[in-house]
Design a protein around this ligand. Structure first.
Ligand code: PEP
Ligand code: MN
Length: 361
């Protein structure tokens, strides 16, 4: 994929790229008031507002539609901010192009639908416009990549990815859980791809916005997209996660936007020493894992000889309980230990099944 770096097509924007605006465009007044305040009070360079809203619940506000595109055009003319909105069909694309929308985005419910993405891509063939692709609702890197690749294939080179967290119905704290390793992997695959974080849809409530934003900046995200509304509690969509321009401004002032790229030499020396220690520990971890798997193979042979099943629930439960307990004593979180030992145990069972003498017969 050819992806142009952000600096080549948005030269005026010093990182991080700041995108803000209401979840939905609700009225001309609400849109213009928010945009003017953002322009005056903040260093936002892109104004967002949903025109067609993909809502989970029937009967929720589904956006003002085409009428709102004219308001975004006014935002451009009055403030000079670039404007962006979500598109989910070829018709949306056509209308956005007609009204001079600067940047389009694909939402989390569109990204995983190859028919919709292809339809949007076809409508964009030969058009030089930046497109942001939000991660799909499920934590699947290949689906996210697939949507980006479909757009790349029709010639879109100003691509960006937006991490808005993954569906987590059981989560009480956050609406959509971030899984930082997935955007990090995507960045690893496409180093030029600008990575934006959308803390509003990750959090679902205002309380955690600062924390998630700082976290994203700390892992070198290229920008933030945050929902801002003049009267958040009265917003027609996502009222709990939107903030006023005033609160946005305060929050941005509290963020450490850019860390230094290089360390002073004495600190660098210490860092190198720590990294050597980590390397040595990782080397031991890999050796220990290999040793553990070899024992699994021996267990497999023994189980086959005595005709007992590979997986034993009682043993699994005991192992998970004991490792969690020990991990806790040593300052590791239960979730972390559980994730690691679930993976190790699963691999061990797979290895046993592959090496089982019965299978070889
Ligand atoms: C939005 O940004 O308004 C939106 C609907 O987001 P998502 O697609 O991430 O749910
Ligand atoms: Mn929203």
């Amino acid at each position: 994929m050819t992806i142009l770096p952000l600096s080549s097509w948005l030269p005026f924007s010093t990182p991080p790229l700041l995108i803000a605006g209401p979840c939905s465009a609700e009225s001309r007044e609400q849109v213009l008031q928010t945009a003017q305040a953002l322009k005056k009070e903040t260093s936002v360079s892109i104004f967002r507002a949903g025109i067609w809203k993909p809502r989970t619940q029937l009967g929720s506000f589904e956006g003002v539609g085409e009428e709102g595109l004219a308001w975004l055009k006014e935002v451009k003319e009055q403030t000079g901010l670039l404007v962006t909105t979500e598109v989910a069909t070829a018709k949306h694309v056509e209308l956005c192009l007609k009204h001079g929308i600067d940047i389009l985005w694909l939402g989390a419910r569109t990204t995983p639908n190859p028919f919709a993405v292809q339809e949007i891509a076809e409508a964009l063939r030969g058009v030089d416009i930046p497109v942001m692709v939000k991660n799909p609702i499920s934590p699947d890197l290949m689906i996210w990549r697939g949507a980006l690749e479909r757009l790349s294939k029709v010639g879109i080179r100003k691509l960006m990815a937006v991490h808005r967290g993954f569906s987590a119905p059981e989560s009480k704290e956050l609406r959509n859980l971030p899984q930082w390793k997935i955007p990090i992997q995507l960045k690893n695959d496409f180093p030029n791809l600008p990575m934006i974080c959308d803390p509003s849809h990750i959090c679902g409530k205002r309380e955690h916005l600062w924390h998630i934003s700082q976290m994203a900046l700390d892992i070198n995200f290229d920008g933030l997209m945050i929902e801002v509304h003049p009267h958040p509690d009265q917003a027609l969509s996502d009222p709990r996660q939107q903030i006023t321009v005033e609160v946005y401004k305060k929050m941005m002032e509290g963020l450490l936007l850019k860390r230094e790229d290089t360390l002073p030499p004495p600190a660098k020396k210490v860092l190198v020493k720590f990294r050597h220690e980590i390397d040595a520990i990782d080397e031991s971890l890999v050796e220990l894992l290999s040793k553990r798997m070899k024992i699994s193979e021996q267990i497999s042979a023994l189980k086959a000889e005595h005709n007992i099943s590979l997986f034993q629930l009682g043993r699994f439960q005991e192992l998970m309980r004991e490792r969690a307990k020990r991990g806790k004593e040593l300052g590791l979180t239960e979730d972390f230990v559980a994730e690691i030992f679930n993976t190790i145990h699963e691999q061990s069972i797979l290895r046993q099944s592959e090496t089982s003498p019965e299978k070889k017969d």
